[in-house]
Design a protein around this ligand. Sequence first.
Ligand code: SF4
Length: 490
Amino acid sequence: MSTTTSVCELEIRERRLKSVITYHGTATDLNEKSKTESLKCGSRTYQQCSDCSQGCAETVTYLLKDAAVIVHSPIGCCSSPVHAEFQGEIVTRMRGLEVQHAKIICTNIREEDTIYGAGDKLRKAAFEAVRRFHPAAIFIHSSCAAGIIGEDLESHAERLEEELGIPIVPVYCEGFKSRIWSTGFDAAYHGILRKIVKPPTKRQPDLVNLFNFMGSDTFKPLLQKLGLRVNYMVPMADIETISRMAEAACTAHICQTLATYVASALETDYGVPEVKAPAPFGLDWTDQWLREVARHTGKEDIVEDVIRAEHERIQPELEEIRAKLKGVRAYIFAGDSYAHSLANMAKDLGIELVGLTTLHHDQKTDGGGDVLNTLGHLIKSKGEVENYSVCNKQPYQVFKIVKKLQPDLLIVRHMNMTILGTKLGIPAVNEGDVNVSAGYDGVIKLGRRLHEALLRKKVLTTIADHVELPYTDWWLEQDNPFYFDGGNEL
Ligand code: SF4
């Protein structure tokens, strides 16, 4: 058994990566403090909302092509299958694949199960999943309820594996364990590494693992220019393909926050090198990323020609877009590393970045060092970000930050954050399909979308004039958006 998979459960991000959910200051200050891991994961004295590790585990596992997921939880924790079904249909069509349906069963743990145990329900659900979906593997998502009653998922999984003859993969994504919901990504990948991935029997020198959420097929045309194939991992892939990911020439990802754990484990355990460059968002980061991919795949002799040709190809439209966006001020609100990628692209487009909020911040990365520190890369390539904060989505807080800074545009990673812009009369662009902004064409596409969003300003101002905010006059009068932050001092 490999070093990574010798334990059934992975350490949470607060402990492993010294992650934090509160901070306000400058990018440089945060980066310097992170180098010595000198911030503690403080809390807020008031929280309006939160998310759960299970949500991130869902993102990784719900759309596997031929696997079923059992959510071992009360029914309320299992709220996303409809969303998964909807997304699955859209994204599979976008990629030209056969339409895929979510294969999810919730055990619906009830009050009496927390006393007498919910093992029977789990067992019945596994047999029912086989009857309905004929899966090649079953994932079991844990939950707060399953964790608190000490449900022994390992024993259940072992027994079910013997009876059903397919991998049964526990995913320890109980919401109460970590304040950093991205811990759920790591928990799902850890399960995949333990139970699905096989040691390689051969290498595929032209195959690049690409860990992403789902989204459009942007990387195929980009990597084809180097004569390489992309192995999209793991949503929408089948279990057989996932099991052979250790055969790839190297591992890349669309975001350090999403996938440095799995990439680093593949490198340590199976010798698949991780592409140690910022993700390919923005011109300079795409150059660096391609060079690093080329280094691992023996394509150094052609990569500079590809980069030069790509810059020349997009230059005329890039100039046009920069002229249209001249003087525009933007605020970014997204997950940790992906916010840095967006900031890098915004500055390529000539936009002034007035501030940035990340949903959490990892003070270090798995397998890291400076080379995977995207905040450091951003400061190095584009300079200081004066208004930098970390906030796990609290609308009451971000509302005040954005209101104070009055940007012309919001660039956000999740759809629900666009509503914030609407309430303030500020156009917001949602980066839902992250893949679409990757590479050289991605910069152009983002530029076009930002310009189109600015044209909606009038209707948003009209809506904002009629919005009734849920906040008290006292809160609206407060100057300090960080009033309820507990602080990060160790
Ligand atoms: S697992 Fe816990 S935090 Fe997550 S949805 Fe269920 S009760 Fe909420």
